[in-house]
Design a protein around this ligand. Structure first.
Ligand code: TYD
Length: 132
């Protein structure tokens, strides 16, 4: 598994009325500054395909399924997210993209930073140079 990526199990409260899951700041290794979600992804499309200098994140599949592919510059690993009580923690300075979105998939991203275009590294060669 690329360094420092890890799965975080979230609480699941189940009763006859359905399920409820929650996340609080102390369950994850950063302070949440921003939340965004990706949805209505046409079949075959990929999202991401970059690294973040600072942004750390937790990615949750709220609905449907998709794969998060993480690359630390030498090792690549794919994680299928298909449960809404399971989060994938992805630290900064890892290359990642998301693919294989099912119909109606909703990817929730909890982020440690506000949006900042300068935080993105869009060039894989540059990413490898920086982490070397
Ligand atoms: P981007 O992060 O590049 O999407 P992805 O990595 O999934 O391909 O964001 C797509 C566009 O949305 C880009 O123009 C920036 C904008 N955006 C914001 O304005 N605020 C945000 O919090 C995010 C995540 C994106």
């Amino acid at each position: 598994m690329p360094t420092r990526v890890r799965a975080i199990d979230l609480p699941k409260v189940q009763d006859e009325r359905g399920n409820l899951t929650f996340v609080e700041n102390d369950q994850i290794p950063f302070e949440i500054r921003r939340v965004y979600w990706i949805y209505d992804v046409p079949g075959g499309q990929k999202r991401g395909g970059h690294a973040f200098r600072e942004q750390r994140e937790m990615i949750i599949s709220l609905s449907g399924s998709f794969d998060v592919v993480v690359n630390d510059g030498s090792t690549e690993e794919s994680f299928e997210l298909n449960r809404s009580y399971y989060g994938l923690y992805v630290p900064n300075m890892l290359w990642r993209h998301m693919e294989n979105f099912s119909t109606n998939a909703v990817a929730l991203v909890l982020s440690s930073t506000l949006y900042n275009a300068d935080d993105y590294i869009h060039d894989f060669g540059l990413f490898k140079e920086i982490i070397r």
